[in-house]
Design a protein around this ligand. Structure first.
Ligand SMILES: [Zn+2]
Length: 172
């Protein structure tokens, strides 16, 4: 699976991370399906309360309201615009899933009430105040997590596509 990150979202994330300092922040990701197992990040919710230095607690009400608004805005075209997953920051740790993160994501994808075929967990961290480090892991019911390929989308002139992702081979 490939995840395309528009450059504006990278900048927005950096700004939020700077503001949050050493507190974890996070929210949910929604995306546009482009075909061929490729998704483009369409929007993120930013929940700035509920996080400590080591843990981020997802606020279901906040996520539900955000999703509802996104579905309305995109005409309930669920095949194209849908829930993509979760994100949070690790201000004081490496940008890779913790044991708790793995367990939480497994619960989300295996919850029949959620009904998701998969969910991405994006973990971000600001290094040296300007570099966004990230990992993107894909969870599916009853199978081991895998790393997603992440591509930065640079405005129109995509000539200088750079890869921001640090490939973290957690699960090999
Ligand atoms: Zn975490």
């Amino acid at each position: 699976m490939k995840l395309i990150l528009p450059a504006t979202w990278v900048e927005n994330l950096k700004r939020e991370l700077r503001l949050a300092g050493s507190r974890e922040i996070g929210g949910i990701l929604v995306g546009e399906y482009l075909g061929n197992e490729t998704f483009r990040l369409a929007d993120i919710s930013v929940q700035t309360i509920g996080g400590s230095q080591a843990h981020f607690a997802r606020d279901l009400e906040h996520s539900t309201a955000f999703l509802k608004e996104f579905f309305a805005r995109t005409g309930h075209d669920y095949n194209r615009f849908n829930y993509l997953g979760e994100w949070h920051s690790h201000p004081l740790f490496a940008a890779m899933p913790s044991g708790q993160d793995l367990a939480t994501m497994r619960e989300i994808v295996e919850d029949p009430n959620v009904g998701a075929n998969f969910a991405v967990l994006l973990i971000v961290r600001l290094a040296r105040r300007s570099t966004l480090e990230l990992s993107a892991t894909v969870f599916s019911p009853h199978s081991p997590p895998i790393n997603a390929e992440v591509e930065l989308e640079v405005a129109q002139q995509a000539l200088n596509r750079s890869l921001l992702q640090r490939f973290i081979d957690l699960f090999r």
